[in-house]
Design a protein around this ligand. Sequence first.
Ligand SMILES: Nc1ncnc2c1ncn2[C@@H]1O[C@H](COP(=O)(O)OP(=O)(O)OP(=O)(O)O)[C@@H](O)[C@H]1O
Length: 271
Amino acid sequence: MIKIKEKKIDSKKVEDGASKDGAKIAIKDVKVWYDDFMAIKGIDMTIKPNTVTAFIGPSGCGKSTFLRLFNRMNDYVEGFKMEGKIKLNGTNIYKDKINVEELRKEVGMVFQKPNPFPKSIFENVAYGLKIQGIKDKKILNERVEKALRQADLWTEVKDDLKKSALALSGGQQQRLCIARTLAVEPSILLMDEPTSALDPISTAKIEDLIFELKEKYTIVIVTHNMQQASRISDYTAFFYIGELIEFDKTKTIFTNPEKQQTENYITGRFG
Ligand SMILES: Nc1ncnc2c1ncn2[C@@H]1O[C@H](COP(=O)(O)OP(=O)(O)OP(=O)(O)O)[C@@H](O)[C@H]1O
């Protein structure tokens, strides 16, 4: 739940996903600067609940910057400035009084390189729950098991929960990081090139997982892998030098894009 001033978004509304217009995330005329450099040049986008949206585009076009806006990760970057509105379930997340910790519970993030803590498998998944103040062993056990099952890792690690997370393979570590994110029960999952450090088998596992997770979550993924975008996403956004060139159903983007620039990019003519 996101707390803004005294107002709360009730969890039913969050689960159902959205504001009156059916948007899970509604982005209106968003601009971003790093000091004087304009990295995002006025973007509108509507992301629907329980969909997978892929962000594609050449290196440096602003995909990660745009993704990181959704959980206010750019706030830490020196020189960062943004204009415009981003509404999550109808609530503007750039209002001063927003509770950023609550926002990050709602909007989980998985990074390019798996980054488990140097702790046990159990402690990694329980971490966010303990920060929330959950101490009851039974509840912790249940939530850890649930998250590991959701991340399709439970059968592989259930007898080794005390083992160090660092002893897992890269692919398992990435699923552990997904479990750690899911444990605090977000409704949006942001993934910044989550499979780029993984082998093809681990990548396929994560892709299958993304497909299953969209039943419960709204997923936004940055990927350089065009086949991956076409395999797993419902919608694709093509960015180029800070602009959103085209945003449409993935099938349309990959079979019948409106813009020549999009076609050039997806057919490998540049980027
Ligand atoms: N912390 C920062 N300070 C200054 N400029 C930045 C910062 N982060 C990103 N930029 C610039 O903003 C632009 C967009 O970067 P961003 O990382 O969002 O692109 P990207 O499309 O995700 O790239 P990649 O695919 O290589 O990860 C780039 O020109 C980049 O150099």
